[in-house]
Design a binder for this molecule. Structure first.
Ligand code: NDP
Length: 407
């Protein structure tokens, strides 16, 4: 059916690429391009031999001219941005210049400030509309599937959604006292930022990890979880009409939090450059270099993830609750694609989002968050491509547990 140019060859990209190759009717050709070409070549060597034709290229995705030259050479139907959030705008610029569809899994962040906001990417709306191309923003799990779950709930279960709680539980154990499951720099920036949630038309700010709840996750059990800001809150607050409150909770174990606190206390999570032996270094980037590579966690991680959304709202004038979630097993993911579940739960929806554009199911010129499209074909594809969802019409609610603020 078509050709995709995939930028980035890390944890998430590797899963997405495995899935594209499994889906060769849609992905007849892929080009894997990244900063370090040898990683692309290694993956190609592993996956070659199937129906999908694979090529590789070196690219610096911070450089718009290089990207344009590559897109003109490859002539893809879509650019799948699976590099880092810092590269979103340069890749969008190159897509505009070459009139090529775009998708990503995380919103743009300037490298020097931990700011998660869609405003930079939403600013491209008119230009994408005029160019007749589509940008699909946030096609991972969260953001991504959580937005599709919200659109599905609105379409099939509610007249009005009033409350959404997004619950992201990773009960995987990799055996290290401290490691992050995806890019450590991005992960630590996210969890050390202030928390924030949307209530009654405004943002309520909290200190990092200030709000804690305990939740009994299906197939996983009871876990501590903490309120964080997460980027899909911003788009869902705009795209779910009449919404009163949206919150995002993520589970963290004691060991992770204790290490993070100590690292913060000694300044290792800072993104302010410091002088070291005559060189400017950023402590968080140095920390990334000494932590285990998330890709190396795959063979050692055991346990499950459970990510989903609990909705409360009205149907036919009556109160209704609805929980939809996916459970994913780290070891099964590793057996299938050689990665743990955190990369898997992001890489599969990245492939599906690209497929929605390549098959013409979701094409509309402009820049859109995932919940703005028809959720049905995406929900079907989740079941088919390895992330089956389950639902509960009478779930435990987050606030049936007492509030326990962290000391
Ligand atoms: P990794 O660090 O494992 O991979 C990033 C890849 O991008 C690497 O191959 C890296 O190259 C490449 N890259 C970085 N900078 C450039 C550049 N300037 N030019 C070209 N290539 C570059 O990250 P992950 O795979 O864990 O994450 C990928 C994306 O997915 C991130 O944006 C992350 O925020 C997002 N994500 C989204 C989730 C969701 O649910 N929505 C969940 C988890 C992650 P090199 O090999 O040289 O370092």
């Amino acid at each position: 059916m078509g050709k995709a140019l995939i930028i980035g060859c890390g944890g998430v990209a590797s899963v997405a690429i495995h899935k594209c190759v499994q889906n060769s009717d849609v992905f007849e050709e892929i080009c894997i391009a990244s900063r370090t070409k040898s990683k692309c070549d290694d993956l190609k060597a592993k996956l070659d031999g199937g129906k999908t034709k694979i090529t590789t290229a070196q690219v610096d995705a911070n450089n718009v001219d290089e990207l344009i030259a590559l897109i003109e050479e490859v002539k893809p139907d879509i650019v799948m941005n699976l590099a880092l959030p810092y590269q979103d705008l340069t890749i969008m610029d190159a897509c505009l210049a070459t009139k090529t569809n775009y998708m990503d899994t995380a919103n743009y962040e300037p490298e020097d400030t931990a700011k998660f906001e869609y405003k930079w990417q939403w600013d491209y709306r008119e230009r994408f509309e005029k160019a007749g191309i589509t940008a699909l923003l946030g096609s991972g799990f969260d953001p991504g599937v959580t937005g599709v779950f919200s659109a599905h709930a609105l379409k099939h279960h509610f007249d009005e959604i009033e409350y959404i709680d997004i619950l992201d539980c990773n009960a995987g154990d990799h055996g290290y006292p401290f490691a992050t499951n995806f890019n450590p720099e991005i992960n630590i920036r996210e969890v050390s930022a202030n928390g924030r949630y949307w209530e009654n038309g405004e943002w309520v700010e909290t200190k990092p990890m200030e709000i804690k709840r305990v939740y009994n996750f299906p197939e996983v059990g009871e876990k501590d979880m903490y309120l964080l800001y997460h980027e899909e809150l911003e788009s869902l607050a705009v795209n779910i009409p009449g919404i009163k409150r949206i919150r995002f909770f993520m589970t963290f174990g004691e060991s992770y939090l204790t290490h993070l606190k100590a690292l913060e206390n000694v300044g290792m999570t800072s993104i302010e450059p410091i002088e070291f032996e005559g060189k400017q270094i950023i402590p968080l980037q140095f920390l990334k270099a000494v932590l285990p590579d998330p890709a190396s966690l795959g063979p050692r991680t055991k346990g499950k993830t459970n990510i989903g959304c609990i909705f409360k709202g009205k149907k036919d004038g009556k109160d209704k609750t609805y929980y939809v979630y996916n459970v994913c097993d780290h070891e099964e993911c590793y057996r299938e694609v050689g990665s743990q579940a955190v990369s898997y739960t992001t890489g599969v929806p990245a492939m599906i989002g690209a497929m929605m554009l390549m098959t013409g199911k979701w094409n509309k010129p402009g820049v859109y968050n995932i919940e703005e499209f028809d959720p049905d074909p995406f929900m079907d594809a989740l079941n088919k491509w390895g992330l089956p969802w389950q639902e509960d019409l009478c779930p435990d609610l987050v606030d049936s547990e007492p509030i326990k603020a962290k000391e």
